[in-house]
Design a protein around this ligand. Structure first.
Ligand SMILES: [Zn+2]
Length: 175
């Protein structure tokens, strides 16, 4: 397992949607974009969730440099305790790809996945999780139940790479 601190992508300011002039690719799926671009997509979703009265959490799944699925927190809106942003993105991706193995995918999320989401993430073998904020006692990495990094469950295979701190300040402002 590797935990990296997100860094090296500039100040986090002025990196607007579609503002990747060098690549010339303005595709809103995010082809050719970096971690901050995808985290901004998560923030957009988190803001919608917040407007609906749900916790401000958003997540996207990226495969081959492209967003293939999106999710936003909806436990309150849908009266469903399992309606977490990460789970919704994973549901969308497994439906799209017609399989539960999401290896080769990267999950971006505004918040460290909770214990529930971490279980789903490990089952689907997502390669890498990029998050902004950590969530302490309910988190799948920083709590007493670090399912995201546990390698004792053989069928889960290797633990995903875990990156924290991408657009941390922007995500903190969601609250
Ligand atoms: Zn969760």
């Amino acid at each position: 397992m590797a935990i990296f601190k997100g860094a090296g992508e500039g100040s986090g300011k002025g990196n607007e949607w579609g503002a990747n002039k060098e690549s010339g690719k303005e595709d809103e799926s995010g082809v050719g974009k970096g971690d901050e671009f995808f985290m901004r997509a998560c923030i957009e979703l988190a803001l919608i969730a917040k407007q609906r009265g749900d916790p401000p959490v958003g997540a996207v799944l990226v495969r081959d440099g492209q967003i293939i699925a999106k999710g936003m927190e909806g436990g309150k809106t849908h009266n469903d305790i399992t309606y977490h942003a990460e789970v919704e993105a994973i549901r969308q991706a497994t439906a799209l790809l017609q399989r539960q193995d999401l290896s080769g995918c990267i999950l971006y999320t505004t918040h460290e996945p909770c214990i529930l989401c971490s279980y789903v993430i490990r089952h689907t073998k997502i390669d890498k999780i990029v998050m902004a904020l950590t969530t302490g006692e309910i988190g799948g990495m920083s709590s007493r139940y670090p399912l995201l990094s546990d390698v004792s469950i053989k069928k889960w295979g290797p633990a995903p790479a875990l990156i924290t701190g991408v657009l941390e300040e922007e995500c903190r402002k969601l609250h």
